[in-house]
Design a protein around this ligand. Structure first.
Ligand SMILES: Nc1ncnc2c1ncn2[C@@H]1O[C@H](COP(=O)(O)OP(=O)(O)OP(=O)(O)O)[C@@H](O)[C@H]1O
Length: 259
């Protein structure tokens, strides 16, 4: 995947850029996290990557072509976005149904993914009967069921409580380390960014663009105890400092010169 000089503005006159001059290459099977303060354009970058919005300038290419949403690219959102009138199994099978797969063919795939996320027992439950963590497992299973080459995740664990969030991070790590898809994961959390990524792309405000790209040279497979590895702690201190200064240097931030 390749982004070259990508800019995007939303005003009709093409005024202030929401994203300015972003260039980035991501290799197949690579896990990249996008880290940055609120409002620095992280979600917009994901929407440009999945082809939901076109760039005003520059190019986004996947295998040499402009991106288009389809079964080879899955999206996971903070707000789960499950279909409320479908049970967990039908939610997991939703992308497969959209791709035209018959119910009988979908069933074993759905069963496999419900098992993989530990929800085989909840197949018949509806979203309003599931906890936040369970809903996010369903959303993850739905995203993986189509066997996408590209996984885009927009703060998927941000609305979960701290313990569930840590469990889900490890589950995602385990699933991804089994079959390494190109993953782009947006987060505000420095720890989450380090735990998951091969590389961390730090975005900043004013101008909203990439500030630095930090490789994460921690061994895989990674488990919970990686969080106490001295290299992890050093990276955490470095990135926390970077994010604090990005916020303190942003004249539009309420924490301008304070953080
Ligand atoms: N459709 C749109 N129309 C106008 N402005 C938009 C639109 N989408 C995003 N913006 C603006 O672009 C900026 C960046 O938004 P974006 O959601 O990409 O940032 P973000 O880094 O993901 O933020 P957060 O971390 O708070 O989710 C914000 O100022 C937002 O108001």
């Amino acid at each position: 995947m390749s982004l070259r000089g990508v800019s995007k503005g939303f005003s009709p006159a093409g005024g202030a850029s929401v994203i300015q001059d972003v260039s980035l290459d991501i290799a197949p099977g690579e896990f990249v996290t996008i880290l940055g303060p609120s409002g620095c354009g992280k979600t917009t970058l994901l929407r440009l990557i999945n082809g939901l919005i076109p760039p005003d300038a520059g190019t986004v290419e996947i295998d040499g072509r402009a991106p288009s949403p389809g079964p080879s690219m899955s999206f996971v959102f903070q707000s789960f976005r499950l279909v409320p009138w479908l049970n967990a199994a039908d939610n997991v099978g939703f992308g497969l149904a959209l791709a035209g797969m018959e119910r009988a063919q979908r069933q074993p795939v759905v069963r496999h993914w419900l098992e993989r996320v530990g929800l085989a027992h909840a197949a018949a439950s509806y979203p309003n009967q599931l906890s936040g963590g369970m809903k996010q497992r369903v959303a993850l299973a739905r995203a993986l069921a189509t066997d996408p080459d590209i996984l885009l995740l927009d703060e998927p664990f941000a609305s979960l409580d701290a313990q569930t969030r840590e469990i889900m991070q490890l589950e995602l790590l385990r699933l991804w380390e089994e079959r390494k898809r190109l993953a782009v994961f947006v987060t505000h959390s420095v720890e989450e960014a380090i735990l998951l990524a091969d590389r961390i792309v730090v975005m900043g405000p004013a101008p909203r663009s990439i500030r630095e790209i930090v490789p994460v040279d921690l061994p895989r497979p990674r488990r919970d105890d990686i969080r106490t590895d001295p290299r992890f702690l050093a990276l955490r201190a470095q990135l926390t400092g970077t994010i604090r200064s990005l916020i303190a240097d942003d004249p539009n931030s309420p924490f301008f010169r304070r953080a």
